[in-house]
Design a protein around this ligand. Structure first.
Ligand code: HEC
Length: 221
């Protein structure tokens, strides 16, 4: 039926380009509409959560975990509502991932808790004996980079107008304020943790990576 096209390589290429460009436009245009980004209720990350996100990137968690739920029954039944582009408005860079060695984590905050993460990150095999996820014991003593996270938040606020300090949005303020706030948020999370080492560091005014990481994982909903 398409012989007339298949016999003409140049025409064929032109038609393919027009078709894919059209399909691309249909997919992309709605995302330029103001109402689709950010999705209502989406908030920028707090400084503590951003520090945790930094650890997530540093440790390449995204090489084994996706953060993108496709609109298939098999995925929504397991992970929840499929992803909408407006949910990623404050994700820089996005962490969709391209491989699922472990489960998707986009909404892990809905079904895993602080104490579960603490136990699992210390030694995943204690939770699931066949797990191939590495243990992250060093996160219990390494310190989170609050200063870098603050710089990151400050930059996206200035450059991309990310609405920090607006009504109902996370407070950024000065670095001293942000640091105090991150420590307070971390102590709140540590109430549900067992590690004495972590609690001692927090009492000392230091935030271990594991607490920032859990703050980030809890924010994924
Ligand atoms: C080598 C691949 C690999 C890496 C790297 C990895 N994971 Fe995993 N992860 C897995 C596998 C496999 C599972 C499923 C088995 C289990 O629960 O341990 C899993 C499970 C999880 C779960 C439980 C999810 C659920 O729905 O039960 C969380 C949370 C998690 N990983 C977080 C992380 C974080 C955070 C990092 C980075 C610090 C990370 N993972 C790095 C492979 C990986």
């Amino acid at each position: 039926m398409f012989h007339w096209l298949e016999e003409r390589p140049f025409m064929f290429a032109a038609v393919v380009i027009v078709f894919t460009a059209f399909a691309g436009i249909v997919e992309l245009i709605p995302d330029f509409a103001k109402s689709s980004r950010p999705l209502v209720g989406t908030k920028p990350y707090t400084v503590l959560q951003l520090a945790g996100r930094g650890v997530y990137i540093k440790e390449s968690c995204n090489s084994c975990h996706s953060q993108l739920i496709r609109p298939f029954k098999s995925e929504t039944a397991r992970y929840g509502m499929y992803s909408l582009s407006g949910e990623y408005a404050y994700d820089r860079p996005f962490l969709w991932g391209s491989k699922r060695t472990g489960p998707d984590l986009l909404r892990v905050g809905n079904y895993r808790t602080t104490d579960w993460h603490e136990y699992h990150m210390w030694e995943p095999k204690d939770v699931m004996p066949t797990s191939i996820m590495p243990a992250y014991k060093h996160m219990f003593t390494n310190l989170a980079k609050i200063e870098t996270a603050y710089a990151e938040a400050y930059t996206v606020k200035k450059v991309f107008n990310v609405p920090y300090d607006k009504e109902g949005m996370p407070v950024l303020g000065s670095f001293e304020e942000a640091k105090a706030l991150a420590l307070k948020e971390a102590k709140e999370i540590a109430k549900d943790m067992k590690s004495k080492e972590v609690k001692a560091l927090l009492e000392d005014g230091k935030v271990p990576e594991i607490v920032a990481m859990i703050a980030y994982l809890n924010s994924l909903k």
